[in-house]
Design a binder for this molecule. Structure first.
Ligand code: SF4
Length: 387
């Protein structure tokens, strides 16, 4: 008998046993809550295979996103804390990190000269770290390349922060309470501690209301980037963390009960302008400044920039500091993922994510190997990071 795909769900389908009608994510959760007896027999138990104990990390915005990206990626990175031996942390010091630092220094009341010294210390630390890494190629070449790239990143971030702060100065009624505030809290129904670092906390002194400021650098147009902020994990979690800390009297400068009322997002698009071979870096920086200011060769695109500016500040008032069912469900799932037995059934591979970075995922060599080849590859090519 051929079934009619356009037909209404049949009465027979409605009578299928419940488990078959459960949404996919629910069955993953069920998987997490089962003991060993529920696991498929062919599942690899990584702790045993690798002889390593898995970590129980806190729930953070970054690991929620990594979990959604690929459960196996989450396992390698957050449960076992492994990274490629030749991966350099200094690579992570990109324009975004420097931009955050320049913004933080400004709100802490440091002048630009002091901010440059703070970033300079970060660059020195990255260079010192480079000396500890094994890699191919002469060390002198590597160091000079790295120094040039970090200094250029710093100059670019400094210019972006300066232009942003000139365009969006803090209203006199707003006071910066603190920057880079790290908070941890437990939430009923979520098995792991929730952890977040807030870029900036602002007090609106005219209304006695608290705002959380978040700085973002992005490749896409900021008008597109802010479309997701309303449903990002940090939007759910940070107000809860901050309100709890305020009410417990743990945020100097804020009285218990002062309400957290919303977010402001400071979004800057990284310049997509190519460095021409005929230009020096200083000339390139000037072109980037023209791009942000809509001057010179970028003047003609002013109309388009009104609709899609390269920098914007978005204010979003929240109505509650409790989690919605959707947010609760996601954090519950990640909380279980932070402590479940690491095996191949729970931490399955997502081939759709392997090239998300425009290059192969750092864990692809592990994912493409047979189970029995993993311990040797791990020992040779990967290292375990500090907790
Ligand atoms: S290589 Fe692919 S499957 Fe493996 S961890 Fe990375 S994204 Fe996941």
């Amino acid at each position: 008998m051929v079934s009619d795909p356009t037909a209404e769900p049949s009465a027979a389908r409605d009578k299928l046993p419940d488990p078959l009608l459960r949404p996919f994510r629910t069955s993953v959760l069920e998987g997490f809550s089962q003991g060993g007896a529920g696991r498929p027999r062919e599942s690899t138990v990584f702790e045993k295979l690798l002889g390593m104990e898995a970590r129980w990390p806190d729930i953070r915005q970054s690991n929620v996103l990594d979990w959604l990206l690929c459960p196996r990626y989450f396992m390698w990175k957050h449960r076992f804390g492994v990274e490629p031996r030749h991966y350099r942390r200094s690579e992570a010091l990109d324009i975004g990190t420097f931009f955050h630092t320049y913004m933080a220094c400004h709100y802490l009341g440091l002048d630009e000269g002091r901010a440059v010294s703070v970033v300079g210390a970060m660059i020195e630390e990255a260079i010192e770290q480079e000396l500890t890494f094994e890699d191919k190629g002469p060390l002198v070449d590597r160091l000079s390349g790295l120094t040039r790239s970090l200094e250029r990143g710093s100059a670019m971030a400094r210019m972006m922060a300066r232009l942003f702060l000139a365009r969006f100065p803090l209203h006199p009624a707003y006071k910066a309470v603190c920057t880079e505030l790290n908070l941890r809290a437990r939430q009923t129904g979520i098995s792991q501690t929730i952890n977040g670092t807030l870029d900036l906390v602002l007090l609106d002194t005219s209304r006695n209301e608290v705002w959380i400021a978040d700085h973002k650098t992005c490749k896409e147009p900021p008008m597109d980037r802010i479309r997701t902020v309303a449903f990002e994990p940090q939007t759910a979690v940070y107000p809860i963390l901050l309100q709890t800390a305020i009410d417990d009297g743990k945020v100097p400068g804020l009285d218990p009960g002062t309400p957290v009322v919303g977010f402001t997002h400071n979004v800057v698009r990284k310049p997509s302008i190519i460095l021409r071979t005929k230009d020096s870096f200083e000339e390139y920086l000037e072109r980037c400044e023209d791009y942000y200011e809509g001057r010179g060769e970028f003047e003609a695109a002013k109309g388009e920039r009104t609709l899609s500016p390269p920098m914007l500040q978005n204010w979003m008032r929240i109505t509650t500091t409790t989690l919605t069912t959707e947010q609760q469900s996601l954090l519950y799932e990640v909380g279980r993922a932070c402590k479940a037995n690491p095996d191949s059934a729970r931490y399955y591979r997502n081939p759709g994510a392997c090239f998300k970075w425009g290059k192969p995922c750092a864990y692809l060599p592990l994912c493409e190997k047979r189970d029995d080849e993993l311990p040797a590859l791990l020992a040779e090519e990967y290292r375990v990071t500090d907790v």
